[in-house]
Design a protein around this ligand. Structure first.
Ligand code: XIL
Length: 341
């Protein structure tokens, strides 16, 4: 029988994010299902700095080793996420305020992790989410201590630790014109220094009607014109409206305050199944049109119950953004994506 990975074989990898319980393979039914549908995996959380580098002089690779072993066993493309990011940081790293100390930490962090998985991990998100919506650089402990050089430096360290592994810059809202210009400026600076960058990851946390297909297409082309691979790294399509009709900082504040919204109905209504299928149809049609530029399309989770969107951007809601439902049954959107091949 066919599957996503078989249908798109020769076009691009079809990936999924995996978290700890899936990696531990407690349920063989789930493992078989993942191996049948996907040929690429990303660590949803377990390679983030707070987990692999909990203290200044202590790394913990127990779970990330299991993740890599899972990928090897099932002959998958293994993507590491993420070396340098402002979020999910260990306390010790978030509290550094001296540039010499940060330089040493950056070097130790990147070198140790990349070397550890040299020849095993196929690609890394070296820097994640360093650019604001307006194209300026995002405030973070890295920018504060090292200035914008932390970005090129991170790529340089990763390339030195494993010259063959593919190095990515990854971010969300990559279709927003101001942000896109900022990302392109940033990538060009890395390239002008003669430092290696192989790919750009567009996260792909999208909605039923935004961004438009035209905006996505323009972005794929412009990023590809930098001479790098483009991957869609964290694809999901939220079917829910923005909370209270608000976006950005106004929602973040309510999220921080632990505000909860009422859950959406227990199942996705038929009319919404159709809309989701149509949206995935348009998105994958576009990906196929640009398959020469796209190396991987990774969903942010195997099925709807795993999705981080069930509690984000506001807590309490249930979302239905993926191709498989709570019981791992294919949704209408799944058959639609398969039908394009
Ligand atoms: C999310 C995970 O899915 C959640 O489980 C976790 O609580 C927070 O992080 N951009 C990224 C991902 O690069 O690492 C984030 O993953 C989603 C947004």
């Amino acid at each position: 029988s066919t599957s996503l990975k078989n249908a798109y074989n020769g076009d691009f990898y079809i990936g999924t994010a995996l978290d700890i319980n899936q990696i531990e393979e407690k349920d063989p039914k789930v493992t078989n299902f993942i191996a049948k549908e996907f040929n690429a995996i990303t660590a949803e959380n377990i390679m983030k700095s707070m987990f692999v580098h909990p203290e200044k002089d202590k790394f913990d690779f127990e779970t990330s080793d299991k993740f890599v072993a899972f990928g090897k066993k099932h002959k998958m493309f293994i993507h590491g996420h993420t070396l340098i990011w402002h979020s999910q940081l260990p306390k010790w790293l978030s509290e550094i305020n001296d540039s010499a100390e940060m330089n040493a930490a950056l070097e130790n962090h990147i070198t140790t992790i990349v070397k550890k998985y040299k020849g095993q991990v196929d690609s890394w998100d070296v820097v994640n989410e360093a650019v604001n919506d307006d194209g300026t650089l995002r405030q973070s402990v890295f920018l504060k201590t090292l200035g914008e050089d932390f970005i090129a430096k991170s790529f340089q360290l990763a390339a030195a630790a494993d010259p063959k592994v593919e190095l990515y810059y990854n971010d969300y809202s990559m279709t927003n014109p101001a942000k896109r210009s900022g990302v392109i400026r940033m990538v060009k600076k890395i390239q002008e220094k003669g430092i290696k960058i192989d790919g750009i990851g567009m996260q792909g946390h999208w909605h039923l009607n935004r961004p438009t297909i035209e905006e996505i297409e323009k972005s794929i082309i412009e990023y590809s014109n930098l001479g790098v691979k483009v991957s869609i790294t964290e694809l999901d399509v939220s079917v829910l409206p923005s909370p209270y009709g608000l976006q950005g900082a106004e929602v973040s504040q309510r999220f921080e305050n632990n505000e909860k919204m009422n859950p959406y109905p227990k199942t996705l209504p038929d009319s919404m199944q159709v809309k989701l299928a149509q949206r995935y149809n348009d998105i994958f049609k576009l990906f196929l049109k640009h398959k020469d530029k796209i190396s991987r399309v990774t969903f942010w989770g195997v099925n709807d119950t795993q999705s981080w969107l069930n509690d984000f951007p506001i807590k309490g809601r249930t979302d239905y953004p993926l191709l498989f439902d709570a019981n791992l049954q294919p949704k209408k959107a799944y058959y639609q994506v398969l039908s394009l091949k």
